[in-house]
Design a protein around this ligand. Sequence first.
Ligand code: SF4
Length: 149
Amino acid sequence: MTDWTERANCRGTDPELFFSRRPGDAKRAKRVCAGCWVAEQCLRNQLEYELPQPGDGLETNMRLRDGVFGGLTATERFALQFPEEATRIRERERARSQRLLEYKRAKYAAMSPEERAAYRGKVDTPEKREAKRERDRRSAANKKATVAA
Ligand code: SF4
C-alpha cells in the first residue's frame, strides 16, 4: 500500500508556511491544500490526532492545536469538531474584549485634559506608524548594505 503523504501537495513546500503567524500565510497554505489529492485523508488524520487527551478540557484542546491541515486552520478544525464549544469560547472572548473596551473608555472619561493628552501621545497615530515604517526602511537598507559589503 502506498503512503498517502507521498501524494501530498505540500511535499517539498516549506512546512513553516503551514504554521506561520504572518498575515496571509494561512491563506497561502490553504491554497496549497486546495489542490491536494489527499486533503480528505489529511484532515481526517489530523482531527483524529487532535482529539482531546484524558484530562484536557476542550479549551485547552483548542489552544494546543496549530497549523493548517486539510485546508483548515486550527480554529476551523476545532469548530468543525466541537461547534457548540467553539461558539461558547468565541462569545466569551467577545464579552471579555467588550468589558476591556468599556473599562478603557471609563478610564479615559475620568482623566483630566492633561492626562488625556499624555495618553493620546502613547497610543498609535498615523504619524507614529509612518515614522516606524521609515525607521524600518532605513534599517533594511543598512542590513542590505552590510550584506553587500
Ligand atoms: S491537505 Fe494540505 S497539509 Fe494536508 S497533505 Fe494536502 S497539502 Fe499537505
